[in-house]
Write a protein of this length. Structure first.
Ligand code: HEM
Length: 401
């Protein structure tokens, strides 16, 4: 159970410290900041906590750029290795060009096929867990589905999937946004193997294009390195975030049993429940920007060169936008959450993530009657990635046909 600090402690809390987020539920701090100091100055950055101010910043990329990184770790380091070449850390015309290039890969036709296989994978993985009576929902379901979906989108051939999934899982262990000790050796080896794999796949697609995302990338004038960086963007952007939304959703439904009963009784709630899970879990706790010029925000003067952290985890509980924001409500509509960001960098994989969550909720309704958390829930130590590392659950099968 994470401790809820008192707002009096604010000056002593280091929001950059990854362990603070693993051991504390900062809801009271965000609430206090929204009410009293919505653009709060720290030693090395600003914390923006209101919904309206987050929107102001992400809608003004010329004043608040992504080119120096989009999270505190890279922004405070002063550079991002993908800057100007990888979609999420690109601005202006190069961003628009890349975005147009990738968009068809996430259109209704491409997603239709992926959605079908997500449903099959979810049924299979959840079915195994239910037959066993339970297990770690993160490892056995939530960690599997998003990576499979990304492989499919990228056009990784069926026969290579198991190996690619294993390597990607290992490589991602080195991508902790808060790692201070550098990337561990096994993760580095897996990262080079995966890069090699995608280099080969890109060469194959160049020779014989398909209708997958890699074919879209190699069919353009991007360099080989840019192709690889953008494949990587999709893997990093879509793996852990979607996993945490799924796991956090199951945790919320287990905690608020009456909301699970509502959802079980009414299939029309699958869509709104998926949105509420996205709001409630907010897997990317903040997005970051760098001010390119002096600007005013929430009555404070931001200077050119300042780093701003937009805490979506707080904006998603803004009482001026959400009625009873601290209530998990599977029927909440409208739900203007900022979980996928907003503006030019709005998440490219949002529809895919939504499809993954809806498939999970549909399968839970079909195969599970009740579930409960059976062991301690551990939160990830990160100021960026927000969610649970493991979720031991017991599942009672449904008697429904
Ligand atoms: C952008 C969150 C799933 C790929 C973003 C941004 C956020 C976000 C907050 C905006 C970043 C910024 O403004 O700097 C999430 C969450 C997800 C999720 C919470 C799951 C619940 C996915 C998936 C994919 C993906 C499944 C792809 C497979 C991307 C890409 C961008 C992006 C490529 C960059 C878009 C751009 O810069 O134009 N995501 N994402 N995301 N996301 Fe996601």
């Amino acid at each position: 159970m994470r401790r809820r600090p008192d707002p009096d402690e604010l000056d002593r809390l280091d929001l950059l410290d990854p362990h603070l987020h693993a051991t504390h539920d900062l809801t009271p701090i965000w609430r206090w900041l929204r009410a009293n100091d919505p653009v709060h100055e720290h030693e090395s950055f600003w914390s923006v906590t209101r919904h309206a101010d987050v929107l102001r910043v992400v809608r003004a990329p010329a004043t608040f750029t992504s080119l120096r990184g989009n999270m505190l770790r890279t922004l405070l380091r002063g550079h991002d290795p993908g800057a100007g070449r990888m979609l999420v850390v690109t601005d202006g015309p190069p961003h628009t060009r890349l975005r147009h290039l990738l968009t068809p890969g996430f259109g209704p036709r491409a997603l239709g096929a992926v959605t079908d296989s997500i449903a099959v994978a979810t049924r299979e993985l959840l079915g195994t867990l239910v037959r066993r009576g339970g297990g770690d929902f993160v490892a056995e379901v939530a960690a599997q589905v998003p990576l499979r979906a990304i492989c499919e989108l990228l056009g990784v051939p069926e026969g290579d999937r198991q190996r690619v999934l294993r390597l990607t899982g290992e490589a991602m262990l080195g991508e902790s946004p808060d790692s201070t000790t550098g990337t561990p050796l096994p993760a580095r080896i897996a990262q080079s193997e995966i890069l090699l794999y995608y280099t080969r796949l890109a060469a194959e697609r160049r020779a014989a294009p398909g209708d997958d995302v890699i074919s879209l990338l190699v069919g353009s004038d991007l360099t080989e390195e840019e192709v690889l960086l953008n494949c990587y963007n999709l893997i990093i952007g879509g793996d852990e975030t979607a996993r945490l939304a799924m796991a956090g959703g199951v945790l919320a439904l287990a905690t608020y049993g009456e909301q699970w009963e509502r959802l079980r009784a009414d299939p029309a709630l699958i869509g709104p429940a998926a949105e509420e899970i996205l709001r409630w879990t907010t897997p990317a706790a903040h997005v970051g920007r760098l001010a390119t010029r002096d600007a005013e925000l929430g009555g404070r003067r931001i200077a050119a060169g300042d780093v701003v952290a937009l805490w979506t985890v707080s904006a998603n509980r803004d009482e001026t936008v959400f009625d009873e924001p601290d209530r998990f409500d599977v029927g909440r509509t409208p739900n203007r959450h900022l979980t996928f960001g907003h503006g030019p960098h709005f998440c490219l994989g949002a529809e895919l993530a939504r499809a993954e969550l809806r498939a999970l909720l549909a399968e839970l309704r079909a195969s599970v009657r009740a579930f409960e958390v059976t062991g301690p829930v551990t939160w990830l130590p990160s100021n960026f990635i927000n969610g649970v590392a493991a979720l031991p659950v017991a599942l009672e099968p449904s008697n429904r046909p």
